[in-house]
Design a protein around this ligand. Structure first.
Ligand code: HEC
Length: 192
């Protein structure tokens, strides 16, 4: 059968339009696909970021009530150096209390005695060591030891940065020496 050019033209036009239509469709589908993928990607990357855990964890072997003690009020301004000729708590020391400056020095001057529930924590970096090797704790508990202003004494030590603290001494051996500063409620270090 013989085809005339004038018959062929409309045919070609129909084919071209159909092609264009499908290409447009395909393009649109592709765009949608890409969009979906992008959405999927942003979904996975924009997962809600959990805020950092701020719950304090005690150093291994220490009781929970001293967790986060380094965030407490520090009594000393500068680390307390080792006492020459024999230090009962050898090392560079910081002393913290679970009270505010306002609680213990309401008019800018420290008041004694410490309130019930006070906890005083002393940390010591042993000479030449870069981790806390000693923790001494004084807890004020009503009725626990009326002869020594109701302070409870306990001390822990460890020999490595990842080791657990162990109790080394407590009680009368501590309060006996701290009685030297009975007039300032048994706590040598005053608020600076
Ligand atoms: C021979 C005396 C002596 C003995 C024993 C002693 N301490 Fe101390 N302690 C001190 C002195 C002095 C300071 C302050 C200066 C320093 O830390 O170097 C101090 C500081 C502390 C502090 C920080 C608050 C403060 O008083 O300045 C705590 C807490 C503490 N001792 C707990 C204990 C515990 C617990 C024991 C017993 C296991 C103990 N101490 C035994 C002399 C002693």
């Amino acid at each position: 059968m013989k085809m005339h050019a004038r018959n062929l033209l409309p045919c070609l036009a129909v084919i071209m339009i159909t092609c264009l239509f499908f290409t447009a469709c395909a393009e649109k589908q592709l765009e949608e696909l890409i969009e979906q993928q992008e959405e999927g990607q942003t979904e996975t990357t924009s997962e809600p970021v959990q805020p950092e855990e701020t719950v304090a964890v005690p150093l291994p072997g220490l009781p929970d009530d001293v967790a986060g003690y380094t965030q407490w009020l520090k009594l000393n301004a500068e680390p307390i150096p080792p006492v020459p000729g024999g230090d009962p708590h050898n090392g560079d020391k910081n002393v913290y209390v679970n009270k505010t400056r306002e609680d213990i020095a309401p008019n800018g001057e420290q008041q004694f005695p410490y309130p019930d529930g006070s906890i005083v924590v002393k940390e010591a970096y042993r000479p030449g060591k870069d981790f806390v090797g000693l923790i001494a704790i004084m807890r004020k508990k009503a009725g626990v030891d009326p002869d020594h202003n109701d302070w409870e004494f306990i001390e822990y030590v460890r020999n490595a940065a990842d080791a657990e603290f162990r109790v080394i001494a407590e009680g009368g051996i501590c309060s006996g020496c701290h009685a030297r500063v009975e007039d300032i409620d048994y706590v040598f270090t005053e608020l600076e």
